[in-house]
Design a protein around this ligand. Sequence first.
Ligand SMILES: N[C@@H](CCC(=O)N[C@@H](CS)C(=O)NCC(=O)O)C(=O)O
Length: 210
Amino acid sequence: MLTLYDYQAAPSPRRARIFLAEKGVEYDCKQVDLRTGEQLGPEFRAINPRCAVPALVTEDGRTITENVAIASYVESLYSEPPLMGRDAYERAHILEWNWRCEFEGLAAVAEVLRNTSPHMKGRAMTGARNIEQLPELAARGRERLQYFFEDLDEHLSKSPFIAGDNYSLADITALVCVDFSAWIKSSPSDGLKALHSWHKKVSDRPSSQA
Ligand SMILES: N[C@@H](CCC(=O)N[C@@H](CS)C(=O)NCC(=O)O)C(=O)O
């Protein structure tokens, strides 16, 4: 059986859990307590030296980190329902939007949170090394995030899902980004109607509770 190293409250492992739930795949789930710094301890470092969750350990004991890599592995093993496209174009289109949701969306929220939260002093970046906060980055992160939400709203006024006609990996990343934005009190504004109606649609899927 696959083993997922997880932390229930964190956004990144939630992406992997939703992906696995959409696939209907059973797995062992091991919690790594990020509040107490368990990700930096020797036990978890032996699983993922980069000290981050999610990490997926395969049935033959190999570790995969990074959501896109985990998704790619699971998609190869369990092709139905497809979450990374049915042909070359769809796959590329999904990866393009996934990248945007990750770097323009999730990374912008993280930029605000990690550079301002008192709990993250000296931990401005995920990873094995300690990096100091730069509080001035917070304003830029909020600005980037609002631009991203505006772009997404415009895009979703023409497209039922983030990357075309079907629910995909990109929807999972965007859903987690929108929910994560509440942590920094920068949720999409009420006027972004298409974004809100898409968010309700994807939140209504049982997988969103994973
Ligand atoms: N790009 C990575 C991001 C992983 C990541 O940033 N995980 C966070 C939780 S959301 C983490 O493990 N943080 C540990 C820490 O802050 O020390 C992925 O998508 O898998």
